[in-house]
Design a protein around this ligand. Sequence first.
Ligand code: UDP
Ligand code: MG
Length: 308
Amino acid sequence: MPQLSIILPSYNEEQNIENTYNVLSGMLTEQGIDFELIFISDGSRDETYTNICKIAEKDTRVRGAEFSRNFGKEAAIFAGLELSRGKATVVMDCDLQHPPEVVLEMFEEWKKGAEVVEGIKSSRGKESPMHRFTTSVFYGIMSGLIKMDMKASSDFKLLDRKVVDTLVALPEKDTFFRALSFWVGFKTVKVYYDVQERQFGESKWSTGSLIRYAISNVTSFTTFPLKIVSFIGMVFVVFAIGIGIHTLIRFIMGTAVSGFTTVILLLLIIGGLILISLGIIGNYLARVYEEVKGRPRYIISNRTDERQ
Ligand code: UDP
Ligand code: MG
């Protein structure tokens, strides 16, 4: 059993694999740490998996798996957690935006007794203004909803074997790794790092995929939006009783106003709110539906250690 496993989700990262391998294995060998690298190719359409296989053939400390299609980074992280055998496991991006030296810092913290070491961004590095805006709105909402400060958190973490086993045993399929590692608790230590520039290639996130990711994460983590729906419903009931009594009194007294505008406005507002509420409920229903179907989180089509 290696001391340290490093999980590297990779989606169309053919240019990064070899460089990342060289940097990490060089650094860890120098430090005398017994390690394994696990590359998960998330349904890449380029040569990512071929490159992983080439390295795995040369170096038995490297293993890799390929998904049958793109299942997303969350799925890749969980596949890695399931495959990892180390006493401690680090999850990091394979574009080296998470600085490799910080892995050593995390490892030191783990040796001192930490069970979860959170990588916290002290600066976010270069991002487009649109990306910065969407991520800041998303993390603002998320932090409020799940009552944890998510703004600077990332998927860059070290987890003890115990924590990995706990996470892998969770039955839910629709996970949010970043928040789950807070949720499980354990002895947590923070380590700060500056986001580096991507080594090769470009970011795999579009604004659209970030929004989908955001909605899926909120619904998978908290039922707060459902509570807002009932709250708005109650406010409207109180409002309706007031206006109802007022209207009836005016009608009985024969002073009812023609009030066409009011009727139209009320209809539009209430119609809009009902549709939004239905949408929110629908989103949760969709989650339940997905979980109930019990499909696997990901499908592995190839593994480098298949023949063993
Ligand atoms: N990634 C993945 N599946 C995806 C999208 C991204 O496994 O569907 C991986 C990607 O290869 C990288 C990490 O997740 O190792 C972070 O992605 P990226 O660098 O594109 O995001 P950013 O750093 O811009 O947030
Ligand atoms: Mg990146």
